[in-house]
Design a protein. Structure first.
Length: 366
C-alpha cells in the first residue's frame, strides 16, 4: 500500500495547571497532528509536540521542513519502514519531532492495512500489566508535598518527582514527600539535567535512604561523556534521557557504561523505527527501559503502550501527560483504569482517531 498524501493539523492544548521542571514552566503544549493517506484512501495518524529546550525544535521549524520530508516518501510503500527512515534522513539531519510524527503515522497505516494492532505488527503480545506514574511538578517543598499527597489519594502507586534546581533543596523535597506518603509507594526522580556532577553525586547519596527507584538525567547532556562518573558513585540507578536520541547514542552509552537504564521518548527518538533499534541494543546489553514522552496527547502514549508490549526489558511507564490537558480530543487510545493500569482497546493500528470538531478548529496544512 503506497503513500499518496499527507495532512497536517496544528493546535495548542492548554494544561490544567502549570507544569514546572528545572528547565522552565509550561502552560500549554504545541501539537502537530499528521495524517498519512494511502492510494486506497486508508489513513494513519501521527503526532509530535516539539520541545525546543530538549530537541531544538518548534512548531515553526517542523512546518518549514515538513513538506520536503513528506514529499520525499510519496509513492513509497507504508511497510518500507527502513526506506522511509533513509528518505527522511536524506532530506535533513535531526529534526526528530516532525520525523517521528511521519514515522508513527506510517506505522499506524501499515498495521491497519494488515488488519492487526500495532503491538502485534511489531511482534508483541499482551502478557504483562502496565501501570503509569504521576508527576510532582517542581516548586516549593510544601506545595510539592501537597501534590504528592493528592496523587496518592487518587490511587497512584508510583510518583515521579521533578528535581534539579538545587541539590540541597531537592534532598529536603524528597525527605518531606517520603514522610508524607510513606514507604509503600514508589518514588522515581527526574533532575532534567539540572545538577552539576559533584552536586548530582552528593544529592543522590543523600536521598538514597528514601528508597528511590532511579534518577533520570542527573546532569547536562553536554556532559554525557562523564555520566559514568555519576553512575559509579551513585547508590541510585541512573537512567539516560536527554543524552539518548539515536541508536548510536545508545551504543555510546553502553560502551562507556554511562547508565543503568534508557528512557525512550518516541518524539525524541524520531519515531517507532529508531525506537526499535534502541530496544534491540538494550535487550542485548540487559538494560531496562522506560517509555515516556513530552506533553503529548493520547496518541503518543498509546504508541508507548504498544511498544511496551513488545519487550520484557520495557519495565517502566511514564504516561501521565494526557492527564495534564484540559481537553482530550483523541478518540480511542489507552484507557486509564483502577490503580492507573493502562490498557489498549481491541483495534487495528494504534487504535486512535481525532474528533472532527477539534480538527476544524486547528490550522490545516496540506
Amino acid at each position: 500500500m503506497r503513500i499518496n498524501s499527507f495532512e497536517l493539523y496544528v493546535s495548542k492544548l492548554e494544561l490544567k495547571k502549570p507544569f514546572i521542571t528545572s528547565l522552565g514552566e509550561i502552560n500549554y503544549s504545541d501539537h502537530i497532528f499528521l495524517k498519512v493517506i494511502s492510494e486506497d484512501g486508508e489513513f494513519g495518524w501521527g503526532e509530535c509536540s516539539p520541545t525546543y529546550f530538549i530537541n531544538g525544535e518548534t512548531i515553526d521549524t517542523c512546518l518549514v521542513i515538513s513538506k520536503k520530508l513528506t514529499d520525499s516518501i510519496i509513492g513509497i510503500s507504508c511497510f518500507s519502514h527502513e526506506l522511509i527512515q533513509q528518505k527522511l534522513n536524506s532530506v535533513i539531519y535531526g529534526n526528530y519531532s516532525i520525523k517521528s510524527a511521519i514515522d508513527i503515522a506510517c506505522y499506524d497505516l501499515a498495521s491497519k492495512s494488515r488488519k492487526t494492532s500495532l503491538y502485534k505488527y511489531l511482534g508483541g503480545d499482551l502478557k504483562k500489566k502496565i501501570y503509569t506514574d504521576y508527576t510532582v511538578s517542581l516548586c516549593d517543598v510544601d506545595k510539592m508535598v501537597e501534590q504528592a499527597r493528592s496523587i496518592v489519594e487518587k490511587g497512584f502507586k508510583i510518583i515521579k518527582v521533578k528535581l534539579g534546581d538545587d541539590g540541597k533543596k531537592d534532598v529536603e523535597r524528597i525527605k518531606s514527600i517520603r514522610e508524607c506518603i510513606g514507604y509503600d509507594k514508589k518514588i522515581r526522580i527526574d533532575a532534567n539535567q539540572g545538577w552539576k556532577i559533584e552536586e548530582a553525586i552528593e544529592t543522590l547519596q543523600s536521598i538514597n535512604k528514601y528508597q528511590i527507584q532511579y534518577c533520570e538525567a542527573p546532569i547536562n547532556r553536554e556532559l554525557s561523556y562523564r555520566l559514568n562518573e555519576v553512575k559509579e558513585a551513585s547508590p541510585i540507578k541512573i537512567m539516560a534521557d536527554e543524552s539518548l536520541f539515536t541508536s548510536n547514542d545508545a551504543k555510546m552509552l553502553v560502551s562507556g557504561a554511562h547508565c543503568d537504564m534508557f528512557n525512550l521518548k518516541i518524539g525524541k527518538q524520531g519515531g517507532i523505527y529508531e525506537s526499535t533499534k534502541i530496544i534491540e541494543i538494550a535487550e542485548k546489553n540487559n538494560i531496562p527501559m522506560q517509555v515516556g514522552g513530552f506533553i503529548e496527547s493520547r496518541i503518543i502514549f498509546t504508541v508507548n503502550c504498544h511498544l511496551g508490549h513488545t519487550s520484557s526489558f520495557i519495565k517502566y511507564f511514564d504516561c501521565d501527560s494526557p492527564l495534564f490537558h484540559k481537553i482530550n480530543p483523541i478518540i480511542g487510545g489507552i484507557e486509564y483504569n483502577k490503580d492507573w493500569e493502562l490498557t489498549l482497546a481491541k483495534s487495528n493500528g494504534i487504535g486512535v482517531d481525532i474528533e472532527k470538531d477539534f480538527l476544524k478548529n486547528c490550522s490545516k496544512i496540506i
